[in-house]
Design a protein around this ligand. Sequence first.
Ligand code: ATP
Ligand code: MG
Length: 366
Amino acid sequence: ASSSAPNYHIASIPGDGIGVDITQAAKTVLATLSSASQAFTLTYTDLDWSSFAYLKRGYYMPEDWATQLRKHDAIYFGAVGWPSVPDHISLWQMILPIRQQMNQYVNVRPTRILAGTKSPVAACQKDPKLLDWVIVRENSEGEYAGQGGTTHGHTKDAIATELAIFTYVGIERIMRFAFEVAKSRPRKKLTMVTKSNAQRHGMVLWDKVFYEVAEEYKGVVEFDKMLVDAMTVRMVEKPESMDTIVATNLHADILSDLAAALAGSIGIAPSSNLDPTRKNPSMFEPIHGSAPDIAGKGIANPVGAFWSAAEMVRWLGNGKLDEIAEGLMQAIANVTVAGVKTRDLSGEKSTTEVTEAVCQEIEKLF
Ligand code: ATP
Ligand code: MG
């Protein structure tokens, strides 16, 4: 790289299952992007924080994990979770504490149909442009606040509470972020998802703050409100009627799996866990999990990991590396349109073959 190219420090956490395969693939692609573009370089710290490590030594992350992560410009994450550890333990040992303590209160999940991939929705097969969304997920509170408790253990008298926490501050900042995303996109449209007919406290506050912030965007961003159940139907039947979507931690988690499936596969979808203040490192990861059923088989789709890597480059550049990130997206599209795809996209290529093909496209583009 040229001497003026910035170097970024990345904490790499492959985690479990296919997280390991796709993180390796993403690093290969990022190395090619770095050398071909000469626009940036990356230095990694490899962290073995995983379920495998937990089973061996009793913890996922060392005590000083937050200090370690804060020495980096970004975190690249694969996936966490393994059948021999209950999911609520692995999530609460690693991914949720990182999101919360690194102040990553926004999770951005773009979904669109990449060239050469096929949506299960008939209308989108004819016109793939109908589906082009950005889901903005509240990432710090709501249903995943971790509050609640159980009495009478797990006996037949058991009572468990699961408390969703919504704060004015938490709602307002996610609404502002979502309106800004909507404003930055050509269609300038925001759909807010709620369940305020049945959940009469937090969701009603969510609605109220939404309309308050919306006042400031009147005439600039078009906006509407949907109940989450009706939203699932609208995503399938009228994908073109939406652009940017803002929803709570739980709702957006579910809707983004649906969105990815409607776009062709859960294996292509990226996510950015952002601290918009940039005081802490943001974290980039595909939305899929560790997929134990295909782990180690060499067939995991690395596209979601590549797309997440593109978003990381965009974030690190803060406006200066947008073209480089776009180049990576173009390379991915050139590969999928040529039919170089894994099985989840009805192709027959391996993770490695897709990775090599994307690297070749990058070499051609830069
Ligand atoms: P999590 O709890 O972390 O969200 P999950 O249990 O919901 O994980 P995933 O691992 O996300 O499950 O994936 C569900 C299934 O989708 C997998 O078992 C696998 O068959 C398929 N899948 C997920 N990601 C990929 C991928 N990158 N390539 C191919 N198939 C995938
Ligand atoms: Mg899942």
